[in-house]
Design a protein around this ligand. Sequence first.
Ligand code: NAI
Length: 253
Amino acid sequence: MTQKVAVITGAASGIGQALAVAYARAGVAVVGGYFPADPHDPQATRDLVAEAGGHCLMLPLDVTDSASVDALAEQAVAHFGRLDYAVANAGLLRRAPLLDMTDAAWNAMLDVDLTGVMRTFRAAVKHMGEGGALVAISSIAGGVYGWQDHAHYAAAKAGVPGLCRSLAVELAARGIRCNAVIPGLIETPQSLDSQNSLGPEGLAKAARAIPLGRVGRADEVASLVRFLTSEESSYLTGQSIVIDGGLTVRWPD
Ligand code: NAI
């Protein structure tokens, strides 16, 4: 069987790294983008993928730069000969109350968390044929809930399902599917950042309100994303799937 090939943005940490490992286990080759300005070492993903018996190319990437995103997709084809799946996972999270919100902070957030998704899909679809699949990572912040002091993040994440629905319709004739994943609270470097997110104490407190009694793991989100790009979900497109341990369907008490 032909080996499938996936590009993943933000693949040096958290959900993106867990997805690279999930793909390795499933026999899918990975071209992962890492953001050099962040402290994550791409070698960790290379090592984990190798341990899982997979193939992975890690390349520097800035999703705010169209040329950089185009190059990631081109490298997938140059290195592995094809491109089947694209996962727009890279994300920025910053705290900014409305009255402190600068235009620059607003634009920087949308540039990564919404326009970056479009750039990733635009670059990948050029190389994709029948059976291609796109997945973007939204968030319950914006995708379901509001989040105080994070209006720019929530606005960007609320835009992601709309983008995915539209591309699902537009690309269906080419046999390419497009879905969004809406994670709840997942323990990763992003959510462990006490300055911009909940931090370890906030996550522990929030876990008490989650019906399954805990925050999620990156590999649990990765498992859903892998499914959404696989043949097992061949009739599933244009959907936004919440994965949150029951948090958003809980009756408030
Ligand atoms: P993370 O912070 O480990 O991953 C985000 C990745 O995006 C990092 O590797 C970072 O270097 C990369 N990135 C940031 N700016 C970039 C840029 N300009 N170009 C390329 N890459 C860039 O955190 P996590 O949680 O794994 O985040 C993955 C996605 O999941 C993000 O889109 C995030 O917003 C989303 N998410 C996370 C939740 C959580 O509770 N951890 C909840 C809901 C959504």
